[in-house]
Design a protein around this ligand. Structure first.
Ligand code: ATP
Length: 372
């Protein structure tokens, strides 16, 4: 086989071409609805993370795509081909599981070459090439038990990529590793995926991992997709409370919306430019604001969305301080601000001190109903 080089994204086709499409996927286990109508498209070369809490159906969706589980209804198309009923071996993917799933009795080379149907010489060349790629050159003759968790997962990745599949499936591949190895491998995985341009779907419940790795995140809950978007969209414009709560830290502040559409937080009117979701009745609402968006001001200056607060406590978070601030007009309302030493109000963060805080209008979102 004359396969020394990996195909570039350009060789694999136009990056925006649809590679994979799930349409109306349903799956029940007995009376339990594990997937409840999944529609999702993935572009060629895209890195998509299925993100959601335990039991939301991420792995089931991945297993259906891999042909390891059968959907009750719905279809799957890959590059325009209906693969809904094809056996796993006919679906053209490589897969990496959470537990490294290497054959313990085979060497690293034996594990990686397992699915290759080429001459021994071509296999050796391919194995060496893949080991270079995953940063383990010269490890051919070692056994899985002689490798660390991170190294075993690199071998599992090399094995998944051995046949140059169109699709790489990753089922929580980093979650069994310790934090430092995980972060290191995460960065390498992203570089590798970009270099190869292989369309990738990764299952994770780790929102930080999804934000760091994905081009697109599909947030799931109870067998449904709650939102699909770029990490920026998911983080900045969460479609609903569930997404906002699941991804990142957030302040949830009770606001009242009067008949004129004016919003008030602790009686203080907030910028009227805040967009109310269409159909929201004038009543109680919840204001959402990320801690890093709350601005602690060095001096009082009457300004839109600026309120007085008292510093309740300050926690050291390495590069940042996390301050809990209670509003002077309603001490029971506490908001959290992440403040960097470069921010103007940093030196004012002394417990007991009164400080002005601004909630930038363009960083706020409103959700219907009271704070939960
Ligand atoms: N073979 C099965 N038989 C019965 N129930 C199952 C089976 N496989 C999955 N389930 C159930 O379906 C639901 C979704 O499972 P799934 O493994 O897809 O969730 P997940 O989002 O990947 O969660 P986790 O992050 O914990 O793996 C869970 O409640 C699970 O118990």
């Amino acid at each position: 086989m004359k396969r020394q080089e990996f195909p570039t994204p350009a060789e694999q086709g136009h990056p925006s071409a649809d590679c994979l499409r799930f349409t109306g996927i349903h799956k029940r286990f007995g009376s339990f609805k594990a997937l409840d109508g999944i529609d999702l498209s993935i572009r060629k070369g895209e890195f998509l993370c299925l993100l959601g809490p335990s039991g939301c159906g991420k792995t089931t969706l991945l297993r259906i795509l891999a042909g390891l589980e059968t959907q009750d209804a719905g279809s799957l198309h890959m590059a325009g081909r209906d693969i809904s009923r094809l056996p796993p071996a006919a679906r053209d993917y490589g897969i990496v599981f959470q537990s490294y799933a290497l054959f313990p009795n085979l060497t690293v080379a034996g594990n990686i070459a397992y699915g290759l149907r080429t001459s021994r010489q071509a296999q050796s060349r391919r194995v060496a090439e893949l080991l270079d790629l995953v940063g383990l050159p010269g490890s051919e003759s070692r056994f899985p038990s002689q490798l660390s968790g991170g190294q075993q997962q690199r071998v599992a990745l090399a094995r998944a990529l051995a046949t140059s599949p169109s699709l790489l499936l990753l089922d929580e591949p980093l979650s069994a590793l310790d934090a430092q190895v995980r972060e290191h491998l995460r960065a390498e995985l992203r570089l590798l995926q970009q270099k190869l341009g292989v369309t990738t779907i990764m299952v994770t419940h780790d929102q930080e991992e999804a934000l760091a790795l994905a081009d697109t995140i599909a947030v799931m809950r109870h067998g449904r997709i709650e939102q699909v978007g770029s990490p920026e969209q998911i983080y900045r414009q969460p479609a609903n409370r569930f997404v906002a709560e699941f991804v990142g830290h957030a302040n949830w502040l009770p606001v009242h919306c009067d008949d004129m559409g004016t919003l008030r937080l602790a009686g203080v009117p907030l910028a009227s430019s805040l967009a109310l979701p269409t159909g929201m009745a004038p009543a109680e609402a919840t204001l959402f604001c990320r801690p890093e968006d709350v601005r602690v001001e060095p001096h009082w200056q009457p300004a839109t969305n600026t309120l007085m607060a008292v510093v309740e406590r300050v926690d050291f978070l390495g590069g940042l301080r996390r301050a809990s601030l209670s509003l002077c007009a309603a001490r029971e309302i506490v908001l959290v601000a992440d403040v960097s030493p470069n921010d103007a109000g940093f030196s004012a963060l002394v417990p007991g001190q009164r400080v002005p805080v601004t909630l930038p209008a363009d960083r706020l979102r409103l959700f219907q109903g009271p704070v939960l």
